[in-house]
Design a protein around this ligand. Structure first.
Ligand SMILES: Cc1cc2nc3c(=O)[nH]c(=O)nc-3n(C[C@H](O)[C@H](O)[C@H](O)COP(=O)(O)OP(=O)(O)OC[C@H]3O[C@@H](n4cnc5c(N)ncnc54)[C@H](O)[C@@H]3O)c2cc1C
Length: 274
C-alpha cells in the first residue's frame, strides 16, 4: 500500500496528493462520492488570486479532474467507515477492505446543518437545471447569497429568508441587490409541506406563507470529524474545511494540503518533527 492515506477528494485532499506526487510520494485517496467536494456548488470563485473574473465551481472541479489525471492519482471510490491506529499504522476501514498507511490525512470537509423539515435541498449542485417559478433560500450567510445568484439565473423569483441581518460578504450582498428577481426578507420558517399533486411546497414563515418550487437550506455546516475525533498522533493531519471552523475557503484548504505534504516529505527525508 501507499505511504499516505487521504480521506476526501475535495480541493484539500487533491492538493495534498498532488504535492506528495511532486515529491514522488504515493498516496491513496478515499472518496465516497465524486471528485471535487463542496466547491462544485460555488457560483463564482474569485478569491484564489488566479481568476480575477471568477471561475464557476463546476469548472474548478474539471481542473481538479485534470490534476488527478496528470499526476495519475489513485482514488478509491469507497466510504471510510472507521479509522484505527494499530501496530504503528493507521488502519482505514471501508466496506471493501482494510488499508494500512504510515500517514493519514483527513480532508473530509463538512456537511450541511439541517432544518427539521422534509423537502429541503442543501446543495445547489444537486438541483436539476431547469426553469423555476419561485425559489426560497433559507439562511443569511455567504452560501445562501451564493445560491441565490446561481438559481436567480433560471428562476422568476428568488426569496432569501434570514433570521437576522445578513452575514454574507458585502460583495455578495451587492451582487444580490443588483438582481431584480432576488429579494431578501427577515423571518423564520415554521412549517414546510408539499402541496398535494402539484410538485410544489408550501413554506409557512413568520414573514408570510409562500408557495414555492424549490427550497434551499444554507444555515451553516458541521465538520465531518467523527472518524478521528479525539485521536492525537504526529502522523495524523487534518486538511481544509474539516479543521477550519468558520474559515472555510478553497485557498486555505489548498494551503493546508500543500503544507501537510511538505511536512510528510521532510519527515521522510530528514526525520524532522517540527
Ligand atoms: C456555495 C459555496 C460557494 C463557495 N464559494 C467559495 C469561494 O468563492 N471561494 C472559496 O475560497 N471558497 C468557497 N467555498 C468554500 C469551498 O467550497 C470550501 O472551502 C472547499 O471546497 C473545502 O474543500 P475541502 O477539500 O476541505 O472539503 P470538501 O470540498 O467538503 O471535500 C471533502 C470530501 O470528503 C469526502 N468525504 C467525507 N467523508 C468521507 C468518508 N468518510 N469517506 C470518503 N470520503 C469522504 C466528501 O465526499 C468530499 O468529497 C464555497 C462553498 C460553497 C458551499
Amino acid at each position: 500500500m501507499a505511504l499516505v492515506g487521504i480521506i476526501g477528494a475535495g480541493v484539500g485532499g487533491i492538493a495534498t496528493a498532488v504535492q506528495l506526487a511532486r515529491y514522488g510520494i504515493e498516496s491513496v485517496i478515499f472518496e465516497r462520492d465524486r471528485i471535487g467536494g463542496l466547491i462544485r456548488n460555488a457560483y463564482s470563485v474569485e478569491n484564489t488570486m488566479f481568476f480575477p473574473d471568477g471561475i464557476k465551481g463546476e469548472k474548478v472541479v474539471k481542473i481538479l479532474e485534470e490534476y488527478v489525471k496528470k499526476y495519475d492519482l489513485k482514488i478509491l471510490y469507497q466510504e471510510v467507515k472507521a479509522v484505527r491506529k494499530a501496530g504503528g499504522q493507521f488502519e482505514v476501514e471501508t466496506e471493501e477492505g482494510t488499508y494500512r498507511f504510515k500517514y493519514l490525512v483527513v480532508a473530509t470537509g463538512t456537511r450541511p446543518r439541517k432544518l427539521p423539515f422534509e423537502g429541503i435541498v442543501y446543495h445547489v449542485a444537486e438541483v436539476p437545471r431547469r426553469h423555476y417559478g419561485r425559489v426560497l433560500i433559507i439562511g443569511g450567510g455567504d452560501v445562501a447569497f451564493d445560491y441565490a445568484l446561481t438559481v436567480s439565473e433560471t428562476s422568476d423569483e428568488v426569496i432569501i429568508l434570514m433570521r437576522s441581518e445578513p452575514k454574507a460578504l458585502p460583495y455578495l450582498q451587492k451582487l444580490v441587490k443588483s438582481r431584480p428577481n432576488i429579494r431578501t426578507l427577515m423571518g423564520q420558517v415554521r412549517e414546510v409541506r408539499p402541496i398535494n399533486g402539484r410538485g410544489k411546497l408550501l413554506a409557512r414563515t413568520s414573514a408570510g406563507d409562500f408557495e414555492v418550487d424549490l427550497i434551499l437550506g444554507a444555515i451553516g455546516r458541521v465538520p465531518n470529524i467523527e472518524l478521528v475525533e479525539g485521536m492525537k498522533d504526529d502522523n495524523l493531519f487534518l486538511v481544509g474545511d474539516v479543521k477550519n471552523g468558520i474559515y472555510r475557503q478553497t485557498a486555505l484548504a489548498i494551503a493546508d494540503g500543500i503544507k501537510t505534504a511538505m511536512v510528510i516529505w521532510r519527515r521522510e527525508r530528514y526525520g524532522d518533527i517540527e
